[in-house]
Design a protein around this ligand. Structure first.
Ligand code: PLP
Length: 394
């Protein structure tokens, strides 16, 4: 039996292990010097003033929505081709959610579809308070266009960059918040760099940063300037909002600091993997992923689409073939509006999102992670084209 090849995998070296062990031997397991150091290093890397580390991107999205005052009566729009956390964050705040169809080439929220939907929403008086573009697979959305629409229609922007640390949009690092209020990163082990579990909000707005910082730890402040009542003494703290315990700890941050040092080489390896796949899969009846010329993607995912007619096999058959061969491919994503929870709450019509539907019916995420070898990729191709049992050849 051959080894199984997962679709994504963390990359841990001895320096990562040493960094975590040294925290275990230190005075602080949490709330020590490593969390602010990790925040500072991410800020310097992406070119932004503030970074607030939290225990997941899901928490970061929740706090970002709260900081922008998302609440009951508000509407938040995002991409349907994303992880459920991209829209759940708005529901946590009591707001409503709607989706904007994707662009058929980049698989990102389409700026044109967004523009049309905004025109319609304006007439119906149902404009969104916040739009959450998701940088799918690491490729940035067309943020200049979305930013221009935000000025025209008066919404705020949270970039869900869970896939995209290390990516560039034009001359900007994703996370610089050049075209948004807040950017969110994920450090889950399948993402580009990891802290085990973890996430971060970046923002150039000090007030938003302060609010997120406070909400990360129960809504408590120790800054007399933020207190609403005079302090009783030097021991004093005040809870001024209803916050959470969404803190990152020093063990996680130590791993993050160590991983961040390798970020550029990790992204470079992912680019090489894409190039190799592009070469060996070029002659098959597949749609290969495309990068817009103004983007440099950290390539969290390498998604192919199966052209059913030419392949003489639908996506399910090809998916089963790969899984049976030990290639643990995945589907990113089931459109969020199709999830039973969302269907029950909103009964969205799949026909309202034709590009997302067509993409969902054909997509498969192939393995991509730094340790994946060219031989592994050759095996992926071999498995992809070799039918099992009665399956038809293409
Ligand atoms: C992984 C992911 C999240 C959630 O990240 P966690 O750190 O696991 O909470 C949110 N949005 C997108 C697009 C993701 O891929």
């Amino acid at each position: 039996m051959k080894n199984q090849i997962p679709y994504g995998r963390h990359s841990i070296d001895q320096s990562d292990i040493d960094a975590v062990v040294s925290v275990l031997k230190s005075d602080f397991l949490t709330q020590g010097p490593l969390v602010p150091l990790f925040e500072k290093m991410v800020c310097e890397y992406v070119g932004v003033k503030n970074g607030i580390a939290v225990n997941s991107a899901t928490s970061a999205l929740h706090l970002a929505c709260l900081a922008l005052n998302v609440g009951p009566g508000d509407i938040v729009w995002t991409s349907p081709i994303s992880f459920v956390a991209s829209s759940n964050c708005a529901l946590y705040c009591g707001a409503d959610v709607d989706f904007v169809d994707i662009d058929p080439v980049s698989y990102n929220m389409s700026a044109d579809a967004l523009s049309l939907k905004l025109e319609k929403a304006k007439l119906e008086n149902k404009l969104p308070k916040v739009v959450i573009p998701v940088h799918f697979s690491g490729q940035s959305c067309d943020m200049e266009k979305i930013f221009a629409l935000s000025k025209e229609f008066g919404f705020r922007i949270i970039e869900d960059a869970s896939h995209a640390i290390g990516s560039n949009y034009k001359n900007h690092k994703v996370g610089s918040c050049e075209f948004s209020d807040i950017t969110v990163f994920s450090f889950h082990p399948v993402k580009i760099i990891t802290t085990g579990e973890g996430g971060m909000c970046t923002t150039s707005d000090d007030e938003l940063a302060n609010t997120i910082y406070r909400l990360r730890s129960h809504g408590i402040t120790r800054n007399p300037k933020e207190m609403t009542e005079p302090p009783d003494g030097p021991w004093y703290y005040q809870q001024i909002d209803l916050g959470y315990n969404y803190r990152m700890n020093d063990l996680q941050a130590a791993l993050g600091v160590s991983q961040l040092k390798r970020l550029d080489s990790i992204v470079q390896r992912r680019q090489e993997i894409k190039k190799y796949y592009d070469k060996i899969l070029n002659d098959l009846p597949l749609i290969l992923p495309k990068q817009m010329e103004y983007n440099h993607s950290s390539l969290h995912l390498y998604v192919i689409q199966v052209k059913e007619k030419e392949m003489l096999a639908d996506r399910k058959v090809v998916f089963e073939r790969l899984r049976a061969g030990g290639i643990l491919v995945n589907v990113h994503y089931i459109p969020i509006y199709r999830q039973p929870y969302y269907q029950k709450k909103y009964s969205f019509l799949p026909s309202s999102f034709p590009n997302a539907e067509s993409y969902y019916n054909q997509c498969i995420s192939l393995p991509i992670y730094p340790e994946l070898t060219n031989e592994d990729m050759d095996r992926v191709k071999e498995t992809l084209i070799t039918p099992i049992g009665h399956q038809v050849l293409f």
